[in-house]
Design a protein around this ligand. Structure first.
Ligand code: GLN
Length: 433
């Protein structure tokens, strides 16, 4: 199976740059455990995919294939269409793939490969899956080895899968679910396998978190969600309302914890232990080598996160920020536990709407210091904070036209299941077909 691998997952014969200047041309001396498992099973790694630098925030210059596909998934027509366009001056029919695993999702959506590896810290597999119309899976924390994944926020980071269909996504899942002594947070789930062929969903209760009806949820996503609920109800599932009251605090908690861990993890890129060393350190500065290497090496979003993370970990702000964020995280975990006493699995939107345009994102990033983009993660970060498995299923599309050309912007729904019960996501997703 041809597979693309995200640029932050180590491979011995292709560069692992995390799309960062600081790791430009860097080649890992070893394969990540998940890459080794795939290679041993006969997979062909076709290349490394583009991403947001170190997995953070701002969307990179990959384009969503939906911008060019014209309802046909023919790779040749895609090539013609892209070569006719000026990619530097995007028009209003050019959309972002979402991030940070946008390159992996775009590669699958464009039929360059059947599936791809990504990473998901707060939604980086699930959000691009929804925008590009492919499957996106994030496992229970600890199910897939992180050995060889360049760390962003270690307590949240997971490897994830993007797939063109459910079967290929599940094939990769089966191949890379493996306990790994090289990863201190790896969990052995081998005794828990419970996938079942079901003829319908009789006996399965689907929870609908009421707090996910957020302001700003688009009309098309609202419709997609209620169609999804009906679809599962028609397959004999029981639908119940559940409550996750701390959903409103999830983004603040996530961005505080993720930035704190990033500031610590990225300290290793100093031009001495790791990272491309600056050739022109200004010797009049206090730490010339460090500051120049890191100023040249990291882009603006990464610098912002490092500063924010360092701030929230300072002794004087620790209790008011990091301490509170951790408290909210524990409350969110507890609320999910309560939901799973009433429901087997939860069904939510994956995003607030279809993919934004490239030009729209540029305008937005200049507003409010660029934090408005973070709001897109509202549905994905709660499962990350709680370490739960979640699967995004492409379901429906938003129709739009540009210059008389009809475009279908994909939408995705998210299934969130209990810790360790990853397979139930796949079992239920079958009923969306
Ligand atoms: N947008 C989120 C962030 O920037 C998601 C990142 C991820 O899952 N890698 O932190």
């Amino acid at each position: 199976m041809p597979i693309a691998v995200k640029g932050n997952i180590s491979t011995v014969n292709l560069p692992t740059t995390c799309s960062s200047n600081i790791l430009r041309d860097w080649v890992s001396p070893y394969d990540a455990s998940v890459v080794k498992l795939l290679k041993d099973a006969g997979a062909i790694i076709i290349g490394k995919s583009n991403m947001d630098e170190f997995g953070m925030g701002a969307y990179g210059p990959t384009y969503n294939p939906v911008s060019f596909l014209n309802n046909s998934t023919n790779t040749d027509s895609l090539k013609n269409e892209t070569s006719n366009r000026d990619l530097d001056t995007p028009t209003d029919d050019m959309f972002v793939p979402g991030g940070s695993s946008g390159g992996s999702a775009a590669a699958v959506a464009a039929n360059f490969c059947l599936s791809a590896l990504g990473s998901d810290t707060g939604g980086s597999v699930r959000l691009p899956a929804s925008y590009c119309g492919v499957y996106g899976f994030k496992p229970s924390y600890g199910r897939f080895s992180r050995y060889g994944l360049v760390s962003y926020a270690s307590s949240l980071d997971t490897i994830g899968i993007l797939g063109n269909n459910l079967e290929n996504t599940k094939t990769l899942y089966d191949l890379i679910s493996s306990f790994d002594p090289n990863d201190a947070t790896s969990v052995d789930f081998s005794s828990q396998s419970c996938s079942q062929e079901r003829k319908d969903l009789e006996g399965i209760t689907i929870g609908i978190p009421q707090e996910y009806y957020v302001d700003g949820l688009s009309q098309e996503m609202l419709e997609c969600w209620s169609n999804g609920i009906k679809k599962l109800e028609n397959s004999k599932a029981k639908i119940v309302k559940v409550s996750l009251p701390n959903t409103v605090n999830a983004l603040s908690s996530y961005y505080c914890i993720a930035s704190a861990e990033a500031s610590s993890n990225l300290a290793r890129f100093d031009g001495i232990r790791f990272g491309k060393r600056s050739e022109q350190p200004d010797l009049t500065e206090k730490h010339p080598l460090y500051s120049h290497t890191r100023t040249e090496g990291f882009g603006p979003e990464v610098q912002k996160r490092i500063m924010l993370g360092t701030f929230v970990l300072e002794a004087s702000s620790y209790e008011s920020y990091f301490g509170k964020a951790t408290m909210i995280r524990n409350m969110i975990k507890e609320e999910f536990r309560t939901c799973f006493q009433k429901a087997d699995i939860l069904l939510t939107p994956a995003t607030i709407g279809g993919a934004p345009t490239v030009s729209g994102i540029k305008i937005n990033s200049n507003l409010e210091g660029g934090v408005s983009e973070y709001a897109n993660d509202v549905f994905t970060v709660p499962a990350s904070l709680a370490g739960l498995p979640a699967l995004v299923v492409p379901f429906g599309a938003k129709k739009t036209t540009f210059n008389n050309r009809e475009l279908q912007l994909p939408l995705g729904l998210q299934l969130i299941s209990e810790f360790g019960n990853d397979e139930l996501c796949f079992d239920v997703a079958r009923f969306f077909n």
